[in-house]
Design a protein around this ligand. Structure first.
Ligand code: ZN
Length: 102
């Protein structure tokens, strides 16, 4: 096994076996809550985080509570890393087929 393949495999194994994985992209929205005396009425908007993901061909959004934000950000980042590593491995095997090596 080549060095790049071994590195990609062990990084992927670490992610898949030890970390949470969450598919989607994070979207920060700024909004007003509607209370006339709130700071948002003076332009200091509230920030809310959403996970945007596709399901059955449709885009959906999931509100992420403040207390979950750090965890969700890590899971989403780890999912993206896992996808990138899978893609790297696939490219190595694609090359093997192109060059007729097994
Ligand atoms: Zn407000």
């Amino acid at each position: 096994m080549s060095v790049p393949e071994r590195q990609a495999r062990s990084a992927l194994a670490r992610l898949v076996t030890q970390r949470g994985l969450l598919r989607g992209n994070l979207l920060q929205r700024r909004r007003v809550c509607g209370k006339p005396t709130c700071k948002c009425a003076r332009g200091e908007l509230h920030a809310s985080l959403y996970l945007v993901f596709s399901e059955g061909g449709k885009l959906r959004q999931l509100f992420v509570p403040k207390t979950w934000e750090a965890l969700v950000r890590r899971w989403v980042a780890d999912y993206h890393d896992a996808r990138r590593l899978l893609e790297e491995l696939s490219r190595l095997y694609f090359e093997k087929v192109c060059q007729r090596q097994d």
